[in-house]
Design a protein around this ligand. Sequence first.
Ligand code: NAD
Length: 366
Amino acid sequence: MNLKITCIPGDGIGPEIVTEAKKVLDKVCKVYSHNISYKDILMGGCSIDAYGVPLTDEAIADAKAADAVLMGSIGGNTSTSPWYKLEPSLRPEAGLLKLRKSLNLFANLRPAYLYPELKDACPLKEATSDKGFDMLIMRELTGGLYFGDRSTVLDNGEMVATDTLVYRESEIRRIAVRAFDVARKRRKSVISVDKANVLDSSRLWRKVVEEVAKDYPDVTLEHMLVDNCAMQLVKDPAQFDVVLTENMFGDILSDEASMITGSIGMLSSASLNDTSFGLYEPSHGSAPDIAGKNIANPIATVLSAAMMLRYSFNLDKEADSIESAVRQVLKEGYRTVDILPKGQESNFKLVSCSEMGDLLADRISA
Ligand code: NAD
């Protein structure tokens, strides 16, 4: 297969972690006989420095021309970087928002998996972390409260602020279809999260999700209220496979889910539209505090590349080979500094960002 990838190394640790992800992808393509080509584009602070804007139209065209986009991270230190003295539409993050919009990326996927080797980093009770968990939060990304009309007006001598939460049937249907498709590649269970006891938008959400479920008789569907879901995530995270939810609930629940893994450098993500195209990036930021030191953990980006193979190219075996390489390297005791357990350093082998990339590439096999 030919894989045409546009890469956005970005700012801070971005270029370091994307280099390692490419190293692993190159090995996968060698082992499984695929042709991969990359084109790098600028986005974020580096684009501001080069062109005065966080994303150029040419860069958007390059992203659209690819089969998928693999990104590192963008942005700098928000207190000290001159990029944050610019007006909001010219700051680094505006580039990412513009790209998401141009590519119509409405589905955000964030897996939260507790590696047995890293379970000491999990802040939950030992009995819960011993059971482990492996879930994927599927968040609607372009509708709901964050995109509805809003206003702040003076009414009867006091300020009144209004935000509107709007969902169209078609918006709910397309994300639900995505969630059921993804569930078929996993443990075939969807828990749809809403607030249907209060909100009309949630009642419509529930109705449309149930309609979509009829086309997936092999996937089980349950509904859960969002307040209960927030509790269940810390009480019994093992019960979740695919969690399907609207924009704001997903924003909050996906952060909660990533927090209970305890390891920010391990968390991948994907944003998809209704074609096979996707944008794949780690869940963490550009970590300007450790940029250029070759100590960043590249695993979240490497796992994002695995998601790219799985969701944009349907290359499940190849994606599995990356995920098992990660497990293998952790089992062998290799750790970047962020996942090195405090007080037990001598039991592990501390490696740099590039050494971790070498180890992962080396462990890829058919
Ligand atoms: P951050 O995620 O960059 O860093 C938080 C902490 O985690 C830091 O101590 C950092 O060193 C550490 N860390 C993060 N990733 C790591 C990795 N792979 N390996 C080892 N340690 C890692 O969050 P922040 O400091 O709040 O934000 C820094 C910049 O990143 C800001 O400009 C922010 O806007 C931007 N940001 C970008 C994205 C994105 O590109 N999608 C997402 C979040 C934040």
